[in-house]
Design a protein around this ligand. Structure first.
Ligand SMILES: Cc1cc2nc3c(=O)[nH]c(=O)nc-3n(C[C@H](O)[C@H](O)[C@H](O)COP(=O)(O)O)c2cc1C
Length: 179
C-alpha cells in the first residue's frame, strides 16, 4: 500500500513526531511505503479562495511545496494526518495544507482512500479532542474516504511525557496492522 503521511508539528522531535516515526516503522516492516510531508518545514501558502484552480482543472495560483504533495496525494491508498492539538483542533500548519486540498478536489473526492488520525495533547480531559475529531471525520466524509482509525494521546506535553506511555507502541502497532 502507498501511504502519505502529513504532519503538523514544528517540533522535529516532539510528541507527535514520535507517533509518526513509530507508525512508519510498523508500516514499513509490513511492506508498505510511506511518503512523509512535514507541513511545518515546507512552504505552503494558505488558500485564498480565488477558485482559479476550479478544484483542480487549472493550476493553483500558488506554486509552492504543495506541488510535491499533490502527486503523492493522488497516488496514495491511505493518508495519515499527524498533529499536536492546538486550541482544540489540528495545528494551523497542517490545516493550511488540508485547505489546499481544494486545489485538487476533483482528483481527491470520491476516491475511496483510507485515512487515519494520530494526535497528541497536554490535557487529560476526555472531551479535549472533540473539535479535532469532528473536523477530521467531516473531512474524510466530504472526500469520500474511509476512516481506518484514530490514535489520541492524552497527558503528553513533552517528549519525556509520551515516552513514558504506551502511545508510541500503539502507533507502531497501527502501522504494522495497515492492510
Ligand atoms: C499553540 C498551542 C496550542 C495548544 N493547545 C492545546 C490544547 O488546546 N489542548 C491541549 O491539551 N494541549 C494543547 N497544546 C499542547 C500540545 O498539544 C502538546 O504539548 C503536544 O504534545 C505538542 O506536540 P508536538 O511535540 O508534536 O508539537 C497546545 C500547544 C501549543 C503550542
Amino acid at each position: 500500500m502507498y501511504i502519505v503521511m502529513i504532519t503538523g508539528s514544528p517540533h522535529k522531535n516532539g510528541t507527535s513526531a514520535l507517533l509518526a516515526d513509530e507508525f512508519i516503522k510498523g508500516a514499513e516492516e509490513s511492506g508498505h511505503s510511506v511518503f512523509r510531508f512535514n507541513t511545518a518545514f515546507e512552504c505552503v501558502h494558505p488558500c485564498i479562495g480565488c477558485d482559479s484552480c476550479q478544484c483542480g482543472d487549472k493550476p493553483c495560483v500558488f506554486q509552492d511545496d504543495m506541488n510535491f504533495l499533490y502527486p503523492e496525494l493522488k497516488k496514495a491508498d491511505m493518508i495519515i494526518f499527524v498533529s499536536p492539538l492546538y486550541y482544540h483542533c489540528l495545528s494551523a500548519q497542517i490545516k493550511i495544507a488540508i485547505d489546499r486540498f481544494h486545489g485538487i478536489d476533483n482528483a481527491l473526492i470520491g476516491t475511496n482512500k483510507k485515512a487515519m488520525l494520530l494526535m497528541t495533547a497536554a490535557s487529560n480531559v476526555e472531551s479535549i479532542y472533540n473539535g479535532a475529531l469532528g473536523s477530521y471525520h467531516e473531512t474524510v466524509k466530504y472526500l469520500g474516504w474511509n476512516d481506518s482509525g484514530v490514535l489520541l494521546a492524552y497527558g503528553c506535553s513533552t517528549r519525556a511525557d509520551i515516552e513514558k506511555t504506551d502511545y508510541p507502541k500503539k502507533a507502531y502497532e497501527l502501522g504494522r496492522a495497515v492492510k
